[in-house]
Design a protein around this ligand. Structure first.
Ligand code: GLN
Length: 476
């Protein structure tokens, strides 16, 4: 039985074109599945707004999708999975949501996430953790855990995510789906609620690189409302998918296979790289000498920016307000203490400390210097190779609760993803194997604005393998 929602975007577009279904039926079925899979806790809200009918022929026309609940939706609650924004109804739509809906895609709901996108397991959500469709005792990864679970469970063919340090790629790896983080500035951040503005990047979770290419084509492009939006025009990412792999130089990044990488994960990724070699690519060992600085630099810079961005939640203009404030200071402190969860408060404290007089040079400035060195490593590597590869995450999905009491162990889940955000590069994660019945992700990284090359390399792999077609519970 063909099941277009489960098969992906392309299958939905075909079913629509051949009149085997229509947009209302697909959206209705996606909403029904979202409700039926309540056990996953992947959704914070369903979107029942009536979509505007779009007349033009886009491959997205009539295709349902879900949006991470940190993308503002006009007239529909947007929470960032925080008590702070539990009742917040934005007056406008994010640029990403706007462009997808202008192309005819139908938004069916808002997905759960780590609070303000801070986390690697989707356990810091005010609305409770999301469960991994492959094993409900395990985390889906984070922070776009709801989006990854919704795609993996066949509820929607694609969903939006945001990636500040790995939040699209790592949950994609844990849930066995394809996750794309574009170049910083390629996709507008307008209406994406800010976490760390120099790192935040809207992204896509879908069944395949081809489906990601289709969505990227709709959301990429200049937006004057985002000051860091790149002026260069978007490309035809679908047309570029068939670029041959022959002669492509893939840098195998030694540090990405370091201590902490589970043997089964390393083996699956090595097998995927061998497949690339069979398909004509050339593997080149490379080093990224400052890779070990990525986690410490990220966990200074991201909280520093967050402490500034989250200063706006003061209980005055919007968001949670405490009852019966006794003074202005009491209003600020109690509203923020009640509205933010423990992880968000921890980040605000660390970030404020790192930026404070006397510590700024020691922490924030040093982290910025490390960031420059990390970006320089990538520049040097891309003088020799076309793409860089490694495991997306060092382990497969871990058990709920396993790391929640240990922030350092949690941070280690991002050891291979955060450097990409520090350098502003595009990267993706594709399903590359199974280890003990759980998905393993292969991360590919490209030079800035080389999304077409990245997607083509992933597409070629997916034409030759079927890891992206595997389903939880052995479903075909
Ligand atoms: N896990 C990382 C963090 O907590 C990355 C999150 C993200 O990419 N939004 O900051």
């Amino acid at each position: 039985m063909s099941d277009p929602l489960d098969e992906g975007l392309r299958a939905c577009a075909e079913a629509l074109r051949e009149n085997r279904t229509d947009a209302d039926a697909l959206a209705g079925e996606a909403r029904r599945r979202a409700a039926a899979r309540d056990d996953l806790n992947a959704f914070v809200s369903l979107d029942t707004r009536v979509p505007a009918r779009s007349a033009h022929a886009s491959p997205l026309a009539g295709v349902p999708f879900a949006q991470k609940d940190n993308f503002c939706t006009a007239g529909l609650r947007t929470t960032c999975a925080s008590r702070m924004l539990d009742g917040f109804v934005p007056p406008y739509e994010s640029a990403v949501g706007e462009r997808l809906q202008a192309a005819g895609a139908v938004s069916i709901g808002k997905t759960n996430l780590d609070e303000f996108a801070m986390g690697s397991s989707n356990e810091t959500s005010h609305y409770g953790p999301v469960r991994n469709p492959w094993d409900p005792t395990r985390v889906p990864g984070g922070s776009s855990g709801g989006s990854a679970a919704a795609v993996a469970a066949g509820i929607v063919p694609f969903a939006t995510g945001s990636d500040t340090g790995g939040s699209v790629r790592q949950p994609a790896a844990f849930c066995g789906v394809t996750g794309l983080k574009p170049t910083y500035g390629r996709v507008s951040r307008w209406g994406l609620i800010a976490y760390a503005s120099s790192l935040d990047c809207p992204g896509v979770l879908a069944r395949s690189a081809e489906d990601c290419a289709c969505v990227l084509g709709a959301i990429a492009g200049h937006d004057p409302r985002d000051a860091t939006s790149a002026a260069r025009p978007a490309e035809d990412y679908l047309a570029a998918l068939d670029a041959p792999l022959a002669g492509l130089r893939i840098g195998v990044a030694r540090p990405y296979f370091g201590a902490g990488v589970e043997a089964g994960v390393g083996a699956a990724v090595q097998a995927a790289l061998a497949e690339y070699e069979r398909l004509g690519a050339r593997l080149v060992e490379i080093d990224l000498p400052h890779a070990h600085l990525a986690i410490p630099a990220y966990y200074v810079i991201a909280p520093a920016e967050a402490s500034s961005n989250l200063a706006r939640y003061d209980g005055v203009r919007f968001g949670h307000r405490c009852a019966h404030p006794r003074s202005l200071e009491d209003l600020y402190t109690r509203s923020r203490a009640e509205g933010f969860g423990a992880e968000v408060r921890r980040r605000i404290l660390i970030g404020t400390f790192a930026l404070s007089a006397g510590y700024y040079d020691a922490y924030y400035l040093s982290a910025q210097k490390a960031r420059r060195l990390i970006a320089g490593d990538f520049d040097a590597a891309f003088a020799q190779v076309d793409l860089i590869a490694g495991p997306t995450a060092p382990t497969t999905a871990f058990a709920l609760g396993e790391k929640s009491a240990d922030p350092l162990a949690m941070a280690a889940a991002d050891v291979n993803t955060v450097a990409v955000n520090l350098a502003g590069l595009p990267a993706l994660s594709i399903p590359a194997g199974l280890h003990a019945g759980l998905p393993v992700g292969l991360q590919l990284i490209a030079p800035a604005f080389a999304e077409a090359r990245l997607l083509a390399a992933a597409h070629r792999f997916q034409q030759a393998t079927d890891w992206h077609r595997r389903r939880p519970g052995g479903r075909p």
